[in-house]
Design a protein around this ligand. Structure first.
Ligand code: 13P
Length: 287
């Protein structure tokens, strides 16, 4: 059964570790992440962007697939199914489809609008027992080949949104999605400390987990980060393993063209990556 992310994140905050949000794209991704969480006895959050939701034939298909897998694979660790960077419309659609956790990302909207829309969702999610993530201070990333520096959120705005009663808060601290450029100055721990001082107990979310050095991850956790999102890194190891398989000519040997064989190295690579991240985040054995 899917659960809200609230208990797992409050426990992570108190225990000074972080729960990983791993984004899913298809059946192989989902199965790899769920099996690894079970093997590592770790809570886990499956992230679904609106684009990935569309790709997987809609949110209802995703809910059906994930619930079916939890049942047929015998997954007993806590699993939250979470909309990643949702619009207001997307949030409503995922609530209706049976997601257990929602991110409403109003960070690119005027603050008043972000505040008003987050307020409406706080009440809805509260009644339905779903967790809600809000965002302040847009997280940068690559757009048209230009990598924008990560923005830093205003701690006062973070407090206003946290005080609405969201479950967890994503705040820009210089992090960006995708690969980090060579001249990236690193996370702004000053900003993180200032936000933490304002929002108190609120579990904080670190987006753009791909490529952040382990020591920075550990420091961020010590300063209040309880959820870390990883997407690109799983895509990169999947791509690398699949490329190796084909370049070695394995798809041409015997039944190597069978998708169950062709996609197996990528599947195993995602499992290894998720295990590595869970170890760094400290969530192993915490289910
Ligand atoms: P990366 O793709 O950089 O790991 O970021 C994932 C993320 O933050 C999803 O919201």
């Amino acid at each position: 059964m899917l659960v809200s992310a609230k208990d797992m994140l409050n426990k992570a905050r108190d225990g000074k570790y972080a729960v990983g949000q791993f984004n899913i794209n298809n059946l192989e991704w989902t199965k790899a992440i769920l099996l690894t969480a079970q093997e590592q006895n770790s809570p886990v959050i499956l992230g679904v962007s609106e684009g990935a939701g569309k790709y997987m034939c809609g949110y209802k298909t995703v809910v059906g697939m994930v619930n079916g897998m939890i049942d047929s694979l015998g997954i007993t660790v806590p699993v939250a199914l979470h909309l990643d960077h949702g619009t207001f419309e997307g949030a409503k659609a995922c609530i209706n489809a049976g997601f257990s956790s929602i991110m409403f990302d109003g960070s690119h909207l005027p603050f008043e609008e972000n505040f008003a829309k987050t307020t409406a969702l706080v009440n809805t999610c509260d009644v339905l027992g779903l967790s809600l993530e809000a965002e302040v201070g847009a997280i940068g990333g690559e757009e048209d080949g230009v990598v924008g520096a990560g923005e830093c959120a205003d701690p006062e705005e973070c407090k206003k949104i946290a005080d609405l009663g969201v479950t967890m808060l994503a705040a820009g601290i210089g992090n960006i999605h995708g690969k980090y450029p060579a001249n990236w100055p690193g996370l702004s721990f000053e900003t993180l400390e200032a936000i933490k001082a304002k929002v108190g107990d609120m579990p904080l979310v670190l987006h753009g987990g791909t490529g952040i050095p382990d020591d920075m991850i550990k420091k961020a956790i010590s300063l209040g980060v309880a959820k870390i999102n990883v997407n690109t890194e799983c895509q990169l190891v999947f791509q690398e393993a699949t490329r190796k398989y084909i370049e070695a000519g394995k798809d041409l040997e015997g039944k190597g063209f069978d998708p169950r064989k062709l996609l197996a190295p990528g599947f195993e690579a995602i499992k290894a990556k998720v295990k590595e991240k869970m170890e760094i985040f400290g969530s192993v054995g915490k289910a």
